[in-house]
Every structure is written in C-alpha cells, then in structure tokens.
Design a protein around this ligand. Structure first.
Ligand code: PEP
Ligand code: MN
Length: 337
C-alpha cells in the first residue's frame, strides 16, 4: 500500500504515518520527492489499518501498489531515482553514462591501455571482469584478486570508478574493497543468496537481466536488493535467448522502455552481449539511447582478435572513439519530462 501525503504535509504528520504503518505490521519506506512525500507500507500486515489512514491529517490518499514488486515500482518514486557510482550520477535525466572496458581483465598493460583510451573518448566508468562466468570450465576464468588490484590501479590513474562482476557471496568483501559498483551477471540474476548479501553492502549494484527472465522476474530480483536495504540499483538489459542464431542474444529494447515505465530505477543497455557482433554495437547503442536508456555498457579491447573472452563483440580503441563521437549523450530535458 502507498500513503500519498499532501503537498504541504508536516514532518510530524509524516512521522505519525510512519509509526502507524509499523504498528500495522509493515515496513515503512519513505520517499521524499521534490513535490510530495510518499510512505510505502511493504510486507504483510493488517491492510485495513493502512486503508484507514485515508482519514489521517496530511494524507492525500491511500492506494494499493498494483505490481508484485513494491519498492522498485515507479509508483513509490514517480520522478525516477539517480544512482551515484563514485561520483558519477546515473538516471532521471542525467546525461547518458557510458561504461566501457574489456570483458575480462587480462594484464596490466591491456587494462591500463584500455582505461586511458576509453577515458579520453568520454567513458565515465570502467568495466572489467575479474571473476568470469564462462560456459565452459576450460575457458579463461579471470584473474580474480590480481584483476581487482589492477582495476583499482586503473581507477587511481584515470579517475574512472570501476564496475566488476561478483559471482559468489564469498567474493563480496574483497570486491567491495576494490570496486565502486558490483555487477550481478545475467546467469546470477536469480541467485537469491547473492542478492540478499548484496542488499547489505554499501555499494551500488548493476543487475543484469537473466537470459530467460521476464521483465517481472527481473524487477522482482531488484526488489530483493531494495527490500534488503540497498536502494542503489541500476538495471541492465543484455539480451535474452530467442530462436535467432545470427546474433548471440536478442536485445530487448522494448524492455528498456518498459522497465523505465514500471520502475523508478535507472536502466542501461549492453549492446555487446545483446548482439555479440561488433558491427551492431554503434547502431544498437543509438537505438538504446532513443528508447530512453540511462547508460550503456560496452566491451572494448586493444586487440579484440586476441581477447581471452568476447573478442567478436569487443570494439577496438579507435572504433570506440569513433562511436563515442556519434552518440547523443546529453539528454534533452523536455524529452525526459
Ligand atoms: C560480462 O559483462 O562480461 C558478462 C559476462 O555479462 P552477462 O552476465 O550479461 O553475460
Ligand atoms: Mn563479456
């Protein structure tokens, strides 16, 4: 249930509602928007006690939250949220943030060369896998802790905050020591133990959509993070499995627009995994921006032919620079509103 406070509701009136929501057996989540305050009653409690708050001073109306995800729903924060990643703001009309870097961190030289180049081209965050989810156990699995140290060094030199994937609850602490944002990979979108653990960390989470997940399942996965205490979540559409074999995955750009409609969380797109083809990265990036993506995550490698993972979908340094010159990254405020 949502208790919408009136525009001029006082602090005392808001506090009273929070207290009553808790008494009724719910968690109270308060959103103080630019215009009005919303108190969401989440969990399972005595519904009639919340409905009765309609008559309390300062309350405009009480409405049910229509969707199974609650805190993620746009109903609780109509203006959209902004997630701050090491000083870089993503979402709600901010300029489109480009996250770029190699699929995997392979060496100091490979990472630093890429980090410098993507920074010069206008990327705002650096990506790089340290722990890699590979389909085959015989493929390169990532450099682990050594890669985390290299990412921290690259951040120190370039000033770019760092995003890297966490595959296991065991690695959460060490990754938090080195990274600015933790990526939950597509294969782990419904790893509920991992989501519960990440709900308790003080770092933003990049939550990729599972290869076979519906938008509802994706948003419910995000709900685990928010209800567990971590409001700093960015959603990422990275393509889903379909009958198509010409592309690696089928990137669902309607889901980008839909997730933004249903949820207040920022949504970004991953044209690299979403297509699997270098030639499609620039056109699909433009399309993602056109449907309202708040950011892009792009794989870049100094020599894609020699990449230890995802070479065919990685741009080289010059291709990335050329694409960046063409992308309209400044959002038009009128279009956002
Ligand atoms: C990646 O970002 O390199 C990755 C493995 O992504 P996904 O989980 O989307 O496959
Ligand atoms: Mn990859």
């Amino acid at each position: 249930m949502i208790v919408n406070m009136k525009d001029g509701a006082t602090e005392q009136q808001i506090e009273h509602i929070i207290e009553r929501v808790r008494e009724a057996g719910y968690q109270a989540h308060v959103t103080r928007g630019t215009e009005r305050c919303i108190v969401a009653a989440v969990g399972s409690g005595r519904r009639h006690e919340i409905e009765a708050l309609q008559a309390a001073p300062g309350v405009d109306n009480v409405v049910p939250i229509a969707q199974p995800y609650k805190l993620v729903s746009r109903q609780v924060r109509p203006e959209g949220s902004i997630v701050d990643v090491g000083g870089v703001r993503i979402g709600n009309g901010e300029p489109v943030v480009v996250i770029a870097g190699p699929c995997s961190v392979e060496s100091r030289d490979q990472l630093l060369t890429t980090a410098r180049a993507v920074k010069n081209a206008g990327a705002r965050l650096l990506r790089g896998g340290a722990y890699k989810p590979r389909t085959s156990p015989y493929d390169f699995q990532g450099l682990g802790e050594e890669a985390l140290e290299l990412l921290a060094e690259a951040r120190c030199e370039t000033g770019l905050p760092v995003v890297t994937e966490v595959m296991s609850t065991e690695d959460v602490d060490i990754i938090c020591e080195h990274a600015d944002m933790l990526q939950v990979g597509a294969r782990n979108m419904q790893n509920f133990a991992l989501l519960r653990r990440l709900a308790t960390v003080d770092k933003p989470v990049l939550l990729k959509r599972g290869p076979s997940a519906t938008v509802k399942e994706w948003l419910l996965a995000a709900e685990y993070l928010l209800t567990g205490g971590n409001p700093n979540v960015v959603l990422c559409e990275r393509g889903i499995k379909t009958f198509e074999t010409e592309t690696r995955n089928t990137i669902d750009l309607a889901a980008v627009a839909l997730a933004k409609e249903l949820s207040h969380l920022p949504v970004i797109a991953d044209p690299s995994h979403g297509t699997g083809r270098r030639s499609l990265i620039a056109p699909v990036s433009k399309a993602a921006i056109a449907v309202g993506a708040d950011g892009l995550i792009i794989e870049v490698h100094p020599n894609p032919e020699r990449a230890l993972s995802d070479g065919p979908q990685s741009l080289d340094l010059r291709e990335f620079q050329a694409m960046m010159r063409e992308l309209p990254l400044q959002k038009n405020a009128a279009a956002v509103a």
